[in-house]
Ligand binder design. Structure first.
Ligand code: SAM
Length: 228
């Protein structure tokens, strides 16, 4: 059984796609996609030997060696030109690590039609990257599992315009304003206000003042969105 988080990632994979799952760990996601008949071919990439061995073992156990190629590689280097990969999934890492993986081998993105990204934190960095690289966020989801809240972003090529609040919180997610979304941002505001209180007590260096200003600005953006 796949986690709700990865099931949501899987729900955005087009039927018949060829997927590369980068940072695949146990290769749960590609195995699920093949098992459900959503994809016939996938690559599972891992940079660390332990998870790479787990992925190999899982694919062997499932008898999916003909469908899923497991590679020990850093980020998008797992994708080879003959693979025909058109969709990339990257899940369960911070937004900054996901962005650094996307930026390291930009040529690997040339044949890619869709990116499905699930940052554990800092989804904002992915929205900024998308804006700067002519990717458009075509869908977004937010799910809660085991007391944690996850965002899933779906990108295809195209122009996009986002406001500051939309970069921080997600245009589609703001529009939906689901209970999980309200919960996440209510918590974030509380957290930001606590940090602000502690910064008020600190030495008011230019860095501290800048940080306070940024936090105040974010609190205002979020409170405006949460306003009933
Ligand atoms: N994607 C799975 C999920 O969402 O459940 C596994 C998430 S796990 C927390 C993150 C995985 O990414 C780890 O197995 C780690 O080794 C791998 N990883 C981190 N940086 C990587 C990189 N540059 N290239 C490939 N894999 C990477």
């Amino acid at each position: 059984n796949l986690s709700k988080r990865l099931e949501t990632v899987a729900s955005f994979v087009p039927k018949g796609a060829t997927v590369a799952d980068i940072g695949s760990d146990h290769a749960y996601l590609p195995c699920y996609l093949v098992h459900k008949g959503i994809v016939q071919k996938a690559v599972a990439g891992e940079v660390v030997d332990g998870p790479y061995q787990s992925a190999l073992k899982k694919v062997r156990e499932e008898g999916m060696e003909n469908q899923i190629t497991v590679r020990l590689a850093d980020g998008l280097a797992a994708i080879e030109s003959g693979d025909g990969v058109d969709t990339i999934t990257i899940a369960g890492m911070g937004g900054s690590l996901i962005v650094s993986i996307l930026e390291k081998n930009p040529e690997k993105l040339e044949s890619i039609q869709r990116l499905i990204l699930q940052p554990n934190i800092h989804a904002k960095l992915i929205r900024q990257w998308a804006l700067a690289h002519q990717w458009k966020i075509i869908d977004e989801a937010i799910v809660e599992e085991d007391e944690k809240i996850y965002e899933i972003l779906v990108l295809e090529r195209g122009p996009m315009e986002l406001t500051e609040a939309e970069i921080l919180m997600g245009k589609e997610l703001i529009r939906e304003k689901s209970d999980v979304f309200v919960k996440k941002w209510t918590n974030e505001v509380q957290h930001m206000k606590k940090v602000l209180q502690s910064l008020e007590k600190a030495d008011q260096t230019p860095e501290i003042l800048a940080k306070r200003e940024e936090l105040l600005h974010h609190v205002a953006l979020v409170e405006e969105v949460l306003k009933p």
